[in-house]
Design a binder for this molecule. Structure first.
Ligand SMILES: O=P(O)(O)OC[C@H]1O[C@H](O)[C@H](O)[C@@H](O)[C@@H]1O
Length: 526
């Protein structure tokens, strides 16, 4: 791979010449921006701020920005060499500098043999490996689908080895093969595995041990317990009932798991749904469905790679994220999927955004002067409306919402879908318009921003495109902030301390602990 010095230089965007101009523009029109007036004054506002992209459509017009602000943000992106950094990612340059790795999850959905301008020589070889592995994974998935003896598939993994497959398996339930149940066990909390095991029979179960590193304590603990349960229940043929999805095949074999599917260190955990980590999904929806998911994501990759920045949906969303975080100072974004199948999408996006961009230092390791990742949170609509939407409409903080609606349902029940879509539209409308009664309590300030994404149907291809869109918008804001979006050192300290504390729970040794930790340790000992 190329030396780091060949990477496009990174300039945190607050050092670009457009930054003070954006500050001035925000002071002049941002703070007092009124969406209702903006719509009244500009008949073309919806058309301008709408964006078609592969498999989906987005309306960005109900956001607190003018055409002028957007143009200046686009100029900022150019000063910060966003396009060069994007191209470096696609070409396989080691942009994950703290780990010296390329970031090539896009290769997992690139069609066979497709070379891109600027590809590093290594990439063609990796692409061939990707397709050989994909073919093997999908052949295995089809064999499992055809095996009626297997009724339960249990994915044991955590973080990126759980959230992606779990979210996607739930989202694409309408396309599932009949006769198989899918379970996801992530937590080291034995309640989770124990409850799941009680519903299983060894001869009917396929365990997928999903872990990029095959060292993660939660997954290793659950894998050991699942193997022990399997043996205790008289299970035979571990090679048939356990498969490992990992970059560390040697560790899987050391555990006695010989059925393995590999992937590569240039696939980050939170970007790994597209790799062998997606096997549970491939079993659920089949090889054809999984290839459609990849094709949908690839179509979004091509949009991100080749659409002009001003008509590039991940770019526009990422720039809006920077505008909101660094000028408006909004600290969170609410995800409101109006589709029950997308109920785990907020959790998936939390890892994607907050593990990628929850950093306070630049690529040089020095503290940044600007704010980075917001908090992401959310629940499916309409449930959220009856819980926290009160705060979104009338609370003291402004929280941008991201509605995700699906035009065509897959259930046959009359009346439901119209009510669902009407509610999504109504909430976005209410946030925008507000309503003044004059008694304070019943007043809605309005002028509250939202983005509205529409999928024609929740198909594998549309889901692939939606997820790739989110990956790339996180790349855009991370690039502008000048951070490494592809490491996650912040998860390490707690892991180390837990290793130290575990034996202390048995021994009671509190030597060297702070008074609070020592006190709680005594309280928690059995
Ligand atoms: O797939 P694994 O190696 O088991 O890692 C599982 C997860 O745990 C780590 O601590 C990281 O924070 C995540 O990015 C990762 O997805």
């Amino acid at each position: 791979m190329t030396p780091t010095s060949s990477l496009p230089p990174s300039l945190p965007c607050d050092q670009a010449p457009e930054w003070p101009r954006l500050q001035a523009l925000f002071a002049a029109q941002g703070r007092a921006f009124d969406l209702r007036r903006a719509f009244a004054e500009d008949a073309g506002r919806f058309a301008h701020f709408s964006q078609e992209a592969p498999h989906l459509f987005a309306d960005l017009s109900k956001n607190l920005w003018s055409r002028e602000a957007e143009a200046l943000l686009l100029a900022l992106a150019q000063s910060c060499r966003l396009a060069e950094r994007r191209d470096a990612m696609f070409a396989g340059a080691p942009i994950n500098t703290t780990e010296g790795r390329a970031v090539l999850h896009t290769l997992l959905r690139r069609p066979k043999g497709l070379a891109l301008p600027g590809d590093l020589p290594q990439v063609a070889h990796e692409l061939a490996q990707v397709h050989a592995t994909l073919d093997a994974v999908l052949a295995y998935a089809e064999a499992q689908r055809a095996d009626a003896a297997i009724t339960d598939v249990v994915n044991i993994g955590i973080g990126g080895s759980d959230l992606g497959p779990q979210m996607a398996v739930l989202a694409l339930e309408a396309q599932h093969i009949a006769g198989k149940r899918f379970h996801f066990v992530s937590n080291v909390d034995g309640h989770e595995l124990h409850t799941t095991l009680q519903t299983l029979r060894p001869e009917r179960t396929l365990f997928l041990i999903a872990s990029k590193t095959f060292t993660t304590v939660e997954t290793m603990t659950n894998a050991h317990s699942a193997l022990a349960w399997f043996a205790a229940q008289g299970g035979r043929e571990v090679a048939r009932h356990f498969a490992a999805l990992t970059t560390n095949v040697a560790a899987a074999r050391a555990l006695g798991i010989t059925t393995t599917f590999g992937f590569w260190d240039w696939v980050g955990g939170r970007y790994s749904l597209w790799s062998a980590i997606g096997l549970s999904l491939a079993i659920a929806i089949g090889a054809e469905g999984f290839r459609a998911l990849l094709a949908g994501a690839h179509a979004m990759d091509e949009h991100f790679r080749s659409a002009p920045l001003a008509a590039n949906l991940p770019v526009r969303l990422g720039l809006l994220d920077v505008w909101y975080r660094n000028f408006y100072g909004f600290t969170s974004r609410c995800i409101a999927p109006y589709h029950a199948g997308l109920r785990r999408l907020p959790a998936y996006l939390q890892q994607l955004e907050m593990e990628s961009n929850g950093k306070r230092v630049g690529l040089d390791g020095k503290p940044l002067a600007l704010a980075t990742a917001p908090v992401l949170w959310g629940e499916p609509g309409t449930n959220g409306q009856h819980a926290f939407f009160q705060m979104l409409h009338q609370g003291s903080d402004v929280v941008p919402l991201e509605f995700i609606a699906v035009r065509t349902p897959t259930h046959p029940l009359p009346g439901h879908h119209e009510k669902l879509l009407a509610n999504a539209l109504a909430q976005a409308q209410a946030l925008l318009q507000g309503k003044v009664v004059g008694d304070g309590h019943r007043d809605f300030p309005g002028n509250r921003p939202s983005t509205f994404i529409v999928l024609d149907a929740l198909t594998p291809a549309a889901l692939g495109a939606l997820l790739a869109l989110q990956e790339h918008r996180v790349f855009v804001s991370g690039s502008l902030w000048g951070i490494n979006s592809f490491d996650q050192w912040g998860v390490e300290l707690g892991k180390v301390l837990a290793r130290d504390l575990e034996p202390r729970l048995a021994s009671g040794d509190a030597t060297g602990l702070d008074a609070s930790t020592a006190g709680l340790l005594q309280r928690l000992r059995r």
